[in-house]
Design a protein around this ligand. Structure first.
Ligand code: PXL
Length: 272
């Protein structure tokens, strides 16, 4: 039976992130994607003068329809949310449509120590409620700090990273079985750290650092993890494959001197 994922993210027309990344990646990994857009944007929020249509007021009707159709989802994968009310809606979705579904929460809130422009402190605060009921969470370092109300460290290059391990355990104590923190830059490489709560074990994946700021890499990472987990791949292997794939895409994008992340020519490399 083909696996089915309910993907709850925004649809940004330009800039490659969220659904425009999740749909092709999860599809290549053989699962059916049912997109539930949280908002429609002309371009992602990092691009000046973006236009946003917030779909908060309509989402409940979509959810009622899926509920009525009695659709089974093998995974529910949430990302960018447009309002704090959407946290309540995703919680409702988990309880109404998520029977036996793997719940993956990418707590999209910010990057490089800054909150995204549409995110409010209230929305960030409420994101903790979603994290509590997720199976897998994939924050970057900024989001890890926001979720725990800790200050984002200015430069971690030369510090020990043991505090990140502690923070990850705190997140796991809130609920999730698997926590993975992405994009930890240490000198000339980037580390992704995974934590498996049941085994109480950590692992690290290191990839070379590519000097470029690019949107959508975190969305790509979480989408690859989602697709592989649905194939029955272990959490550690899914994380390793995702980190390596993202690295390849960022390196390719830099080589092509492009401003939006390029992953399309590399999608076939996901087929293992
Ligand atoms: O990549 C995270 C993301 C998702 N969706 C929207 C964004 C961003 C980051 O900027 O703006 C709309």
């Amino acid at each position: 039976m083909q696996k089915r994922v309910l993907a709850i993210h925004d649809l940004s027309g330009y800039g490659k992130c969220s659904l425009t990344v999740a749909i092709p990646i999860i599809s290549v990994l053989s699962a059916e994607v049912c997109p539930l857009p949280t908002a429609i944007l002309s371009a992602h929020t990092g691009i000046e003068d973006f236009v946003i249509v917030d779909l908060t007021d309509r989402l409940n009707e979509f959810v009622q329809h899926y509920h009525k159709l009695n659709i089974h989802f093998d995974a529910i994968f949430s990302g960018f949310l447009a309002s704090s009310e959407q946290v309540d809606i995703v919680q409702e979705i988990f309880s109404k449509l998520g029977n036996n579904a793997l719940k993956i929460v990418d707590p999209v809130m910010g990057d490089m120590g800054e909150m995204y422009s549409t995110y409010t402190p209230e929305l960030c605060h409420k994101m903790k409620d979603l994290v509590r009921i997720a199976d897998v969470v994939t924050p970057n370092l900024t989001e890890l700090c926001l979720l725990l109300d800790r200050e984002y460290p200015k430069d971690i290059s030369f510090l020990s990273i043991s505090w990140i391990y502690e923070y990850m355990k705190e997140i796991a104590d809130m609920g999730p079985k698997h926590v993975v923190v992405t994009g930890i830059r240490l000198q000339d490489y980037v580390v992704t750290i995974g934590y498996d709560k049941l085994r109480n074990s950590f692992f690290e994946v290191k990839t070379p650092y590519v000097d470029m700021e690019i949107s959508g890499a975190g969305d790509m990472f979480a989408s690859v993890v989602c697709g592989y987990l649905l194939q029955g791949v272990s959490f550690q292997t899914a994380t390793e494959l995702a980190a390596n794939f993202v690295h390849k895409c960022v390196a390719y994008t830099k080589g092509a001197n492009a401003s939006n992340i390029i992953f399309e020519p590399l999608l076939k490399e996901l087929l293992i």
